[in-house]
Ligand binder design. Structure first.
Ligand code: OXD
Length: 298
């Protein structure tokens, strides 16, 4: 049984849960849960009220042009998801700060060579995307001594963190980020934002972490900018094509680390509580939790 069905049934045994496309009376379905669904399928469900993403992102739903206008879209906001993201980005930042990749590589040649390191307070981490996840990441890094800046599409206030706003302040933000963490939602405005022009606006020897979506990054540009010596390297948890294809240059690039989209994985047991709450709200016509704006794209 899928872990989602198991978790839903444990909390609400009487709920009729079906898995697409099997045994699914199309007109009876009012509430759908989705992750990378086959595009166009939602047209088949005339009484659908709501679709919930099974993760924090909704780009995989919004890219479907055939979702009827009245269908509401929600996403998961969950303490575990948020904490896991903050833990993972801190691990990547600290790994980079102390050069652990380089020591791992040095084991191959049995080389004992200490490197100098910087202290947290001498480094600025720029967080791109100050939503639920970005806010927690920014606060956590600030709590362990980093200077932290943020960039968001609309004005945001965070205690002791300067948040730059919109396209006009993007260059100024990029210039602050010794380590850049991308946590943006994927929208037409943010796709390919990690391109050569913007990567070159980061300080020399900056480090890039992408835990948002592969489509934010122009892959060839990243390699060029690292190989030209402008960037120190990158950690990528999300890729344009997942799994990353065999033979892709990222696998063997000495300054690029790849992880298989595991920064923060939704835990069905904790997430089903809000899914069931939204299911009840959708049935009774009440406003849904964690609703997404289809125009904004997040
Ligand atoms: C998400 C993800 O959106 O895991 O939750 O990428």
């Amino acid at each position: 049984m899928s872990p989602w069905v198991k978790a839903l049934k444990e909390k609400r045994p009487e709920l009729d849960v079906r898995i697409y496309p099997h045994d699914l009376p199309r007109e009876e379905v009012t509430f759908a849960l989705a992750w990378n669904h086959p595009l166009g399928v939602f047209k088949e469900f005339p009484n659908l009220k709501s679709i919930s993403s099974l993760g924090a992102g909704v780009d995989h739903i919004l890219k479907d042009p055939d979702i009827p206008e009245q269908v509401q879209i929600t996403r998961i906001k969950d303490e575990n998801l948020t904490n896991d993201m903050a833990d993972f980005t801190m691990a990547l930042v600290l790994n980079h700060m102390r050069g652990l990749h380089a020591y791992k590589a040095a084991e191959k040649t049995q080389t004992w060579k200490p490197h100098k390191y910087k202290r947290n307070e001498d480094v600025t981490v720029g967080v791109m995307g100050i939503g639920t996840l970005g806010t927690e990441v920014a606060h956590r890094l600030s709590s362990i001594g980093f200077k932290v800046t943020g960039w968001a599409s609309s004005a945001k206030r965070l205690e002791s963190i300067k948040v730059y706003t919109g396209p006009d302040e993007r260059d100024a933000f990029l210039a602050t980020a010794d380590i850049l963490i991308c946590l943006l939602p994927l929208t037409p405005e943010t796709a390919n934002i990690l391109n050569k022009d913007n990567l070159l606006k980061l300080p020399k020897q900056a480090y890039v972490i992408n835990v948002a979506r592969g489509e934010h990054l122009v892959e060839e540009d990243l390699i060029q900018v690292i190989d030209a010596g402008h960037l120190a390297g990158a950690s990528l948890d999300v890729l344009r094509e997942e799994p990353l294809p065999e033979g892709h240059p990222f696998w063997t690039h000495p300054k690029i680390s790849v992880t298989p989209h595991i920064a923060s994985v939704t835990d069905p047991e904790s997430a089903v509580v809000q899914l069931l709450e939204n299911y009840d709200r959708a049935q009774s016509g009440e406003p849904l939790l964690n609703l997404v704006s289809r125009t904004k794209g997040y």
